[in-house]
Structures are given as C-alpha cells and as structure tokens.
Write a protein that binds this ligand. Structure first.
Ligand code: PHB
Length: 361
C-alpha cells in the first residue's frame, strides 16, 4: 500500500492534505430555502462530517448572489446568515481532521426568475440555452438571458470577491471558482454562448477576460495558493460548446500560470459521461500547469491509483462515489465493495440518500 501515492499526504495549492482523494462539489438541494438559502442544519453538518477522511472536500456550489442561483434550495455565500450557517460545517470537518474549501458559483443563464427572487437570468449574450429549470411549480423552460453591460460585469466580479471573502470568514480553507459546466464563467469562455463584440467577446483573449478578472479578485481576497478553478473544456452539459476548446482553455491555463494559482480541477470529457470527447489535451494541461492538477470524471479506484502514481494527476476528485460512500478513502484502501448511489435522492430534501449511506466497517 505504501507505494500508492493516492493515499499519501501532499498539497493542493498551499493546502496540506492527508491524502489525494478529493470530494467533488455536489449539488444536493438541502439548504434552508425559506430562511434565505442558508446551510448548516444538523443534517448538512453530518453529511460533510461523514466525508472528512477525504484529503479535501470541495463544497457543493454556493451562489455568490441571488441571481446566481439555478436550483431549488442551493446554499448561498453572500449573506451574513449564510456565513454563520457554513461555520458549523467547516468546524465539523476540521474537528474530524479534514480540509474543506467553498465552491463559489454563479449560474448565469441556467436559471429562471422563479429561482432567483425574480431577477432575470444574466449572460454574456442574449442566447437562450436549450435547458429547463426545476422550480417549485415544476419544470420550466429558461428565458432568453439579459446580456450584461460592462459596468454590470464589474459588479458580478465583486460578487465573486464577496463570496471568496465570506468563505474565509466562514472557516473554509480556500475557494474553488466554478468555471465549468456551462455556468456564467464558462458562458463567457465558450463561443456557443458568448457573441459579444466588446472587450469580453470575440477573440480568445477577450473571452478569457471575465474568468481572469474573477480569478484576480479572488486571489486578492484569499491568496493565490488557497484557490483554484474548475474547468470543463469540452463538456456539452447545459447546452454549451466552443469552436476551439484547446485555444481558449490553453490560453486560460497559460494566464493562470502567470498568477500562480493553487490548482486547476479538470472535468475530463463530458460531465458525468464519456471521457472520450475530442477537443482538449489534458496531458498538455497537466504538464503545462505549474500548480496542482486535480483530475475528475468517471475515475475508478484503479484509474485514480494509476493516474497519481504515473504523474498524470496530483489528486483525483470523485462525485457520485462520494455521495454513496462517505468512507471512500477507507474502502479504497481496503479495496472493499462500494455502495451504489441512488439518483432519485440526489436533489431532494431529507436524510435518505444523504446521510444514511453506511460506512464499511
Ligand atoms: C446540478 O445541480 O445538476 C449541477 C450543478 C453544478 C454542476 C453540474 C450539475 O456543475
């Protein structure tokens, strides 16, 4: 077992971790929506505490503003009450010997006014995605988003900065910027959603501008070593695509290097699906990026052990396996059988499928 690097201590950016298993960010829709999208119920605390043997937990996506919310009962990180709500969660993980960072999130066009307190969805351009939103009234088509004016873009950057500042105040060890899966930052990066003709659209230099402004604002709040960004260069998730992912994500990674950020967290392929989507060279990203490379998407125990031992990744993030296996580290170490996640309980209230998956021993 000693030669299995996945189970050995290391660093993710400047964050010291006791192993290289990462719990991926997972939307679970179990915050207190009536109280103002506040996390920190006993059940929320228990869910994260159970998973604290991961080297690093990345929180579920937490919206940086009311307009950044895209699903029912997702927690926020913009109000003082939300900060207070996160504190017992970060404390419980720390007391159990773990580390936890906040994923800060703005969904952009992937929402509906029924979820945002009436705010109209925003985006780089007025391009409607072919997606539905899940509201208390059921499934609804999302509207054509409102393109952001330049001064509004600056305000949204400040919302991410507030989310990062609040994350540290709430006791998180750092921050992951959600730059993946067709949400706001990804909408600026990829030309399927970004049709702007100003300094935020057109060339790849212009399309990475918003992402880098957010990165710079977050670095100013938490320091480069404690933060990173999740990217998904080729995922079709949320109806988004790009004509040349290697060019735009290649430039972005070169620029992230100049800033010395702690990590990139790469969804390799289609989110939760095929790893064989063409269009981006992850081996290039791994060898070019100077910080920690967290690999994600469909990794098994064997794939993860091999990837870290062979140097294709520094750490590996697991999503669905962490839903069903709170003690994933111990199961991997013993090569024990795994529980199977139940998708019908992913996004609904209650302890079933949340805190009731059994530990192995
Ligand atoms: C989801 O809630 O289904 C979801 C949220 C964020 C992602 C991907 C999926 O990045």
């Amino acid at each position: 077992m000693n030669q299995i690097k996945l189970f050995q201590p290391g660093r993710i950016g400047s964050i010291e971790v006791k192993n290289r298993l990462v719990m991926a960010p997972l939307t679970r829709c179990r915050a207190d929506e009536a109280a103002g999208d506040i996390p920190g119920s006993a059940m929320n605390v228990e869910y994260y505490r159970q998973r604290a043997s991961a080297g690093l937990i990345i929180s579920e996506g937490t919206q940086v503003a009311p307009a950044g919310k895209g699903y029912m009962a997702t927690p926020g990180i913009y109000s003082q009450a939300q900060v207070e709500g996160w504190k017992p969660i970060t404390k419980a993980v720390h007391e159990a010997g773990g580390k936890i960072i906040a994923q800060i999130w703005h969904v952009g066009r992937i929402t509906h006014p029924a979820l945002t307190g009436g705010a109209h969805p925003i985006a780089p351009s007025a391009v409607k995605p072919n997606v539905v939103a899940y509201t208390h009234e059921g499934k609804v088509d999302v509207p054509v988003p409102q393109p952001l004016k330049v001064e509004e873009i600056k305000q949204v950057v400040q919302q991410y900065a507030l989310g990062a500042r609040n994350s540290i105040a709430a006791g998180f060890d750092g921050v992951e910027i959600h730059g993946a899966n067709g949400y706001l930052i990804d909408q600026f990066l990829r030309d399927g959603a970004n049709k702007r003709t100003d300094e935020y659209g057109g060339s790849v230099e212009n399309r990475v501008r918003f992402a880098l402004e957010v990165v710079d604002a977050v670095i100013a709040e938490v320091g480069a070593g404690k933060m990173g960004i999740r990217l998904s260069p080729v995922t079709p998730f949320n109806d988004l695509a790009d004509s040349n992912p290697q060019a735009v994500f290649g430039l972005l990674i070169e620029e992230l290097n100049k800033r010395g950020i702690g990590f990139i967290h790469m969804i390799e392929g289609a989110t939760g699906g095929s790893r064989d989507e063409p269009g981006f060279d992850y081996a290039w990203a791994r060898s070019t990026f100077k910080g920690t490379y967290i690999a994600n998407n469909g990794y098994t125990r064997e794939m993860a052990i091999d990837a870290v031992n062979a140097g294709r990744a520094d750490a590996v993030a697991f999503g669905r396996l962490y839903i069903a296996n709170p003690d994933l580290l111990e199961r991997f170490q013993l090569n024990a059988p795994l529980n199977t996640p139940d998708p019908s309980t992913f996004y609904v209230p209650g302890e079933k499928g949340y805190t009731d998956y059994p530990a192995h021993a």
